[in-house]
Design a protein around this ligand. Structure first.
Ligand code: BGC
Length: 882
């Protein structure tokens, strides 16, 4: 028996996984043992603080808790490093404790601006640039004491822009686009790097390169805006060298640094990067360079609150070899990487000095040529000018990223060699914790596409798309996809950070800093840049989108059991609920007071240039979601023991249900709009009063679905729910028919068209191979991939019952000709694995239940049993009619 998988706060400790942003992190762990039915009886924690060579052992606690356990120790300091170890005993043998776990190291970041002595330095008199600004280099020489041995060397750094750090000529980390994009007006994240291995025991140089990134680069659609947050590219960094006698040397950014321009002559998130290797300053981050000609820096004000980044950094997560060189009808050469990815291309070749090669990126081809119309204003083009090194030159961009499968190569020197190209895939490097596989290859591909689209749109923040001039934190997209995402990836610390930005935006509006939206209203995108424009969408509030304030914390809570997320977000939830304009005396949206609702956005039946004009009444959709968020708020109040608020929201929730029924549902269960989405929402949100109504609604939904020949008729609102609604009303066969449908619009249609990611529109590419000409057409949008939850819960049969999978349901529901399925999830307590197969009329199941949890297994013959941890092998006769 041993303790493993220790988690501190919301994240897992490790290099580039972020650092702690609290003095009292919660502690979670898993236990491994060969015993079955194991339940923890007690635990003990010991901590070794930085100042103390010995572990401090804390009291044995008699408790089954192994998740989100309160910090037992003394409050930690900024920059403190500590080790923690845990042991446990089970109920089977309460006096027999396991060995102490391997100690796990924790690292606290810098928790207050007062402890951030480093200045923000920028090039002296740096000119303001509107478009595609160049990079700035910064450099500082420092010495370390020769007479003492170094215990540790750590860098805490951030930038106004995006940056990379080198010490003595080597990059200190493989992260990209740091410090990422947050609501900069309120919070800027600092990164942490352990750099002991890069420090030499005499002369050293630390160098930083800073690009404009989201801070001063252009962001936003319809032209966007540049220099939103400021116009200076600045770095702020502290390097702390600790010697074995516990003395410290500190190097901070200040006036003593030198600055210069570098080889990146322009860099922009949307447009790409220009790199002139002839402008490289060799050894710019090494000792020995004469930097007397370098320019001075100026110190600027710290513009915001600096916080530790407590979630994984954006890093290279994969490397893809080029698959094919395509010659286009117009004579162009295009490299096909075989899958639609997010990142950039790395080239290696020789060319004469001054030769310029151009790389243009796109997700699809149209008429055999690069399909760039979906990129809108984003140029997605990198240019590299060779210095003429005969040994070959290697280049990949630093301060941009692209969403692409194809790369058009222009002006290559000599003949194109496929081996000269490689695609670097980047993403916020969260661990994948969920997977699905079944006997249907097309469904497997769909699931792979959902994973690829998650990776591609989790780049520093949850974005809508990775390729066009947008890539924004659209609230509705993650509201719809958050649950699926949290099953597939360890999203907790990442999405929790984004929720903090969400709350910050609400507070900014509350202070009345921006006059467009009413006070306290959350924006449509987080970070919000629309507020700086006079775009007509500035003041828009819409169900689903801003409902994310309630829906996303609930999704994170369900997947982790972390009550702190609910606690932290409760004010934000209440504030949003207050903002919703309601009909006099009713708990329904007042449509006269909103500009418009995005509603069942991208319903395939809506006009393709007016995606909000769905077949389901948009106010009905908004009201159904109002009921949904109220049911969540009632649950949150109960979990947080907020009695008064509980009564308030319970009353509102009951009233909302009544008002919804009065307005939209007939006594027999027919619903206004009579569409796939209205039934899906009412069924899944539990909006009916009687089982008869529910049954009637399920039957009616089935009729509609059959009439549509199983083609999808839902947009953002209905898509996550339609197949589940069919299955819970006893129409599993029809649910399978829908998910297996291949004609457009359907989930498998893009797969049959060769898609390797989830598309924004059901018909982003039309059956004739043409790109949907509407300006909003991406081939990498995760929202419609939320159907993966149906695959996990219904086909695979894994459904959470008690938050954090303390208790869950194992209920595979085979259908159509599906003969095999395997679903897995690394839950907070350990790995859950469900694997089933159908052999003739025999259904076989193997389910692995983690320690300290319980599950109810329901077989297709209807028999159920409640089980504890261990591997369970069960079988039954399978009768299709069940
Ligand atoms: C985005 C969507 C987003 C929508 C909101 C689009 O441009 O790509 O995914 O939710 O706007 O209206």
């Amino acid at each position: 028996m041993k303790v493993c998988g220790i988690r501190l706060g919301l994240g897992t400790p490790g290099p580039c996984q972020g650092v702690l942003n609290t003095r009292e992190p919660t502690i979670s762990w898993q236990t491994e043992t060969v015993k079955t039915d194991w339940i923890q009886d007690a635990f003990q924690i010991k901590i070794k603080y930085e100042k103390d060579p010995e572990f401090t052992e804390y009291d044995i606690i008699k408790s089954g808790d192994s998740q989100w356990v309160n910090w037992p120790g003394i409050r930690l300091s900024s920059r403190e490093e500590f080790s923690i170890s845990i042991r446990v005993a089970g109920k089977d043998a309460p006096s027999e404790f396991s060995e102490w776990s391997e100690p796990v190291k924790g690292q606290v970041g810098i928790l207050s601006n007062e402890e951030w002595p480093a200045k923000f330095i920028s090039l002296e008199d740096q000119p303001k640039v509107e478009n595609n600004p160049p990079e700035t280099l910064f450099r500082k020489c420092f010495k370390v004491s020769k007479s003492k041995s170094i215990k540790s060397a750590k860098v805490y750094s951030t930038a106004l822009g995006i940056y990379e750090v080198e010490i003595n000529g080597e990059r200190i980390s493989d992260d990209y686009l740091s410090p990422g994009w947050t609501t900069y007006e309120s919070r800027l994240l600092h990164q942490f790097y352990d750099v002991s291995q890069y420090i030499s025991d005499d002369e050293n140089v630390i160098g930083c390169r800073v690009g404009a990134g989201w801070f001063s680069g252009r962001v936003g659609f319809e032209g966007g805006l540049s220099n939103i947050y400021g116009d200076k590219r600045a770095i702020s960094l502290q390097l702390i060298i600790k010697y074995s006698d516990n003395t410290e040397d500190i190097v901070i950014t200040d006036q003593s640094w030198k600055s210069n321009y570098g080889p990146i002559t322009s860099a922009d998130i949307y447009n790409g990067e220009d790199y002139d290797a002839n402008l490289e300053i060799s050894d710019w981050s090494r000792p020995g360079l004469d930097d007397s000609e370098w320019l001075n820096v100026e110190e600027g004000e710290n513009p915001t609150h600096i916080e530790p980044q407590s979630f994984p950094y954006v890093r290279q997560i994969n490397k893809i070899t080029a698959k094919e060189i395509i010659s286009t009808p117009s004579g162009k050469s295009i490299i096909d990487f075989g899958e639609n990815i997010v990142g950039f291309v790395k080239i290696h070749t020789t060319a004469p000095k001054g030769h310029k090669v151009t790389l243009k990126h796109a997700e699809v081809l149209e008429n055999g040529e690069l399909g760039i119309t979906p990129l809108r204003a984003a140029k997605a083009t990198d240019n590299y000018i060779f210095k003429g090194d005969e040994r070959g030159e290697t280049y990949h961009p630093h301060f941009t990223y692209h969403g692409f499968r194809y790369c058009q190569v222009e002006n290559w020197h000599g003949s194109l060699n496929i081996d000269a190209f490689e695609a670097i895939v980047i993403s916020t490097s969260m661990k994948q914790i969920g997977d699905f596989q079944c006997s249907n290859e097309l469904l497997n591909k769909l699931h792979d596409n959902v994973i690829r689209s998650s990776r591609g749109n989790f780049v520093s923040l949850p974005t809508d798309c990775p390729q066009r001039d947008e890539r924004l934190g659209w609230t509705g997209d993650i509201a719809i996809f958050g649950q699926t995402a949290s099953f597939l990836f360890d999203t907790t610390s990442f999405l929790n950070s984004w929720l903090q930005d969400f709350t910050c935006e609400q507070m900014l509006n509350e202070k009345g800093n921006y006059n467009s939206p009413p006070s306290g209203v959350p924006p449509l995108t987080v970070p919000d840049i629309i507020k700086y424009t006079d775009h007509s969408w500035g003041p828009v509030i819409s169900a689903i989108w801003q409902d994310v304030s309630v829906i996303l914390p609930k999704a994170l809570y369900d997947s982790t059991g972390a009550v702190c997320i609910l606690k932290n977000q409760f004010d934000s939830m209440e504030k949003w609920f207050e903002c919703i304009p309601k009909l006099e005396g009713k708990v329904l949206w007042d449509k006269t007071k909103v500009k418009f609702q995005l509603g069942d956005w991208l319903d395939p039946n809506a006009p393709s240039d007016e995606p909000e004009k769905a077949s389901t009444d948009e106010t009905l959709v908004a009201d159904a979601f109002m009921f949904k968020i109220l049911t969540i708020m009632v649950e949150v109040c109960s979990r947080l023991n907020l009695e008064v608020a509980y009564t308030k929201y319970k009353t509102l929730c009951d009233r909302c249900k009544k008002d919804f029924n009065d307005e939209y549902i007939t006594p027999s269960g027919r619903i206004v709009s009579d569409s796939q989405t209205c039934y899906a929402l009412a069924i899944c949100f539990d909006l009916f009063y009687s089982n008869d109504q529910l049954e009637h609604a399920g039957n009616r939904l089935t009729e509609i679905v059959k009439k549509a020949r199983f083609k999808i008729g839902t947009g953002f609102a209905g898509t996550p729910f339609i197949t589940t609604a069919l299955s819970i009303t006893g129409h599993l066969d029809e649910a399978y028919s829908m998910i297996l449908e291949k004609e457009c619009p359907s989930w498998l249609y893009p797969v049959t068209m060769g898609a390797t990611t989830v598309w924004e529109r059901w018909d982003s590419m039309r059956p004739d191979g043409s790109i949907n000409p509407n300006s909003m057409t991406s081939f990498n949008h995760y929202a419609l991939g939320s159907v993966a939850t149906f695959m996990h819960e219904v086909i695979g049969g894994l459904k959470v019952l008690e938050p954090g999978y303390k208790n869950f349901e194992v209920r595979p529901q085979p259908g159509k000709d599906m003969s095999y399925c395997k679903v897995s999830h690394d839950s907070p307590y350990g790995k859950i694995l469900i694997e089933w197969s159908l052999n003739d009329k025999n259904f076989n199941l193997e389910a692995t239940i983690p320690l300290n949890t319980r599950a109810i297994i329901i077989l297709p013959d209807g028999k159920s049993q409640n089980v504890g941890s261990g591997k369970h092998i069960l079988a039954c006769e399978y009768l299709e009619s069940k």
